[in-house]
Design a protein around this ligand. Structure first.
Ligand code: PEP
Length: 257
């Protein structure tokens, strides 16, 4: 059995204003109060405008819900209107930041160079990137999904040191399964997560590859999470739609119960 602690992260996307966020995190806190927090790590990835409220709730709470942002600027400060920097997220004590989510790649043209710059920006400020990789439907149909996903990984990890890479989280998110209700089979998830681990061993070494957590994301729900989590190379889930329902997300976190 793997010694990697599963990470269940809720990606709220552009949902929940700061008052709704407070109510939601309070519900999670109440429902997870008796949870063994060393067994599964729980995180919420909130809109920027919610982070201060979430911080205030979670601060000093023995509950250990971690939180983070869904994006950051590649730059640390300056004339980048509308952007949010790594130092700003670090000041709010964010643990995580997603980089390269398929919605950022699709709607904001984020390519490998941008993802690489953002991964490095996160590491500069001691934020843990959750690097999202995964193929679209055309690539899946062509059967080149593994090569495609590994090329995204290679691009995002250019010049990332071993010390940095040892703390990264990778989320394998096949784009055709995000928000579609079309969940990948556990075997689909395992195939690519194992290939990602293999590539990490090639890029760095086996010890690092064995330690890095690799999540699956794409229409994860309480009803399918256990089968996905039973795969040896899947170390958690990045959950979108189902994370907006606190009761459902709690069931996902409690996948072993
Ligand atoms: C996501 O937003 O990363 C995601 C996986 O969404 P969903 O769970 O809704 O497919």
């Amino acid at each position: 059995m793997s010694s990697r602690t599963p990470l269940m992260a809720g990606n709220w996307k552009m949902n929940l204003n700061h008052l709704e966020a407070i109510a939601h995190v309070q519900k999670l806190a109440f429902a997870l109060a008796d949870k063994d927090h060393d067994a599964v790590e729980v995180a919420v990835l909130a809109p920027f405008t919610d982070l201060r409220s979430v911080q205030t709730l979670v601060d000093g709470d023995k509950l250990k819900i971690r939180y983070g942002a869904q994006d950051l600027s590649a730059h640390d400060s300056g004339a980048y209107t509308g952007e949010i920097s790594g130092p700003m997220l670090a000041k709010l004590k964010c643990t995580y930041v997603t980089v390269g989510h398929s919605e950022r790649r699709q709607y904001h043209g984020e390519d490998e160079a941008v993802c690489n710059a953002k991964v490095k920006a996160a590491f500069r400020h001691e934020l843990t990137p959750i690097l999202c990789v995964g193929e679209g439907l055309d690539v899946r149909k062509a059967g080149t999904h593994v090569a495609h996903t590994l090329a995204q990984l290679d691009g995002a990890l250019q010049d990332v040191t071993r010390e940095q890479a040892a703390t990264i989280v990778i989320a394998y998110e096949p784009v055709w399964a995000i928000g579609t209700g079309e969940v990948a089979t556990p075997e689909d998830a395992q195939e690519v997560c194992a290939a990602i681990r293999g590539r990490l061993a090639e890029l760095y070494d086996q010890e690092l590859a064995d330690a890095v957590r690799i999540q699956y994301g794409g229409s994860v729900k309480a009803s399918n999470v256990a089968a996905i989590m039973a795969q040896p190379d899947v170390d958690g889930a990045l959950v979108g739609g189902a994370a907006l329902d606190a009761d459902e997300f709690v069931k996902i976190v409690r996948f072993r119960d």
